[in-house]
Design a protein around this ligand. Sequence first.
Ligand SMILES: Cc1cc2nc3c(=O)[nH]c(=O)nc-3n(C[C@H](O)[C@H](O)[C@H](O)COP(=O)(O)O)c2cc1C
Length: 411
Amino acid sequence: MRGLVPALACDRRGGGFDRGIPTRIACSSENLADGAPDLSVSVNGLRLPNPFVIGSGPPGTNYTVMKKAFDEGWGAVISKTLSLDSTKVINVTPRYARMRSGNGPKDVIGWENIELISDRPFETMLAELRRLKQEYPDRILIGSIMEEYDKDAWEEIIERVEATGVDALEINFSCPHGMPERKMGAAVGKDCDLLGEVCSWINAKATVPVWAKMTPNVTDITQPARTAIEAGCEGLSAINTITSIMGINLDTLRPEPCVEGYSTPGGYSSRAVRPIALAKVMAIAQMLKSEYPDRNISLSGIGGVESGDNAAEFILLGANTVQVCTGVMMYGYPLVKRLCKELQAFMAKHNFTSLDDFRGTSLQYMTTHTDLVQRQQEAIRSRRAARKGLASDKDWTGDGFVKETELMVSN
Ligand SMILES: Cc1cc2nc3c(=O)[nH]c(=O)nc-3n(C[C@H](O)[C@H](O)[C@H](O)COP(=O)(O)O)c2cc1C
């Protein structure tokens, strides 16, 4: 029966399942409809009822909102990024600024934030993660973490977050603002030497699967992605936000978001970043396919997902799961029901019964510009050849007789 699936929390080294008791996974009723395409997905030994994951950020800041996400049917929840000492994390307000399309104030296409990682006490967040895992043992909860360039700090945070029972860790190597000033986040994610060293500390310590969350603010995202895999990470998430300045107020000449008259570059998200995110996910997926075909590295696509069709695009380019952050801030937790329904409608249209039926299918249609030129020249050559005339007398047709005659006239 659909909906009765084992809660698979697997040993990250590929060993036996340690909590394999079959339990009912609560997910959207649409997901369970008889005959509907199956949205469930298995990544790194974790079984999700659907591929929609709450991306790290405000939608995973505390027990109440993460519980709401599970109750609404999200496939997994990633907490807001935690660090050991939250007293060093001091947020400002306002911390968001929006880009509108011009089609009215409600049509938001881009979102800048200068929010830092979680400013809630570490112990409080640990207690809340523990409580969530106790109340939702068969749902997938992922702890997002970040620390300073300090092996002991990384070992401590991993041990304490894992002790809450989280199913996996996502490492935030990608926050573009604030944290790099402390040599954290994107400061590590952009420096492959540093990244490799920190990932090796993390993977020597962690006993659950580790996803490395990549920054798009680099020339070639496959380089840090490769470094993270070589250092033992089982999954990659892409993308975090893109460095941005929302704009300048032309009356006050002050940049947005404006805090006491000043601003700082922040991170851009939402619909406008989706094409960039798709390109980064495609680049990582191609690299995984050609360099690590047997490693089963999972890929979580992130950036501007607001519909099931958007999710289908990420999956077609090779993503296993799809994260949503700003979309939840704009449309609320019930969004997942529409996402599931729309993704199933896409699958039904193409007769896909599972996500594996189409995951990565569109990758084969991505190539180099040189190859595009060659393909076009070949196509032109064959069209010209076809125009030269009939190959054989049997090809004459009644309706096209005059045209066919003209094709073979030389003057
Ligand atoms: C307000 C805000 C806060 C965020 N905080 C975090 C964070 O703490 N850790 C993290 O890894 N990503 C954080 N992100 C990045 C998102 O998880 C996501 O990678 C990015 O916003 C792109 O996805 P989206 O367009 O669905 O929002 C944050 C994003 C926003 C908008």
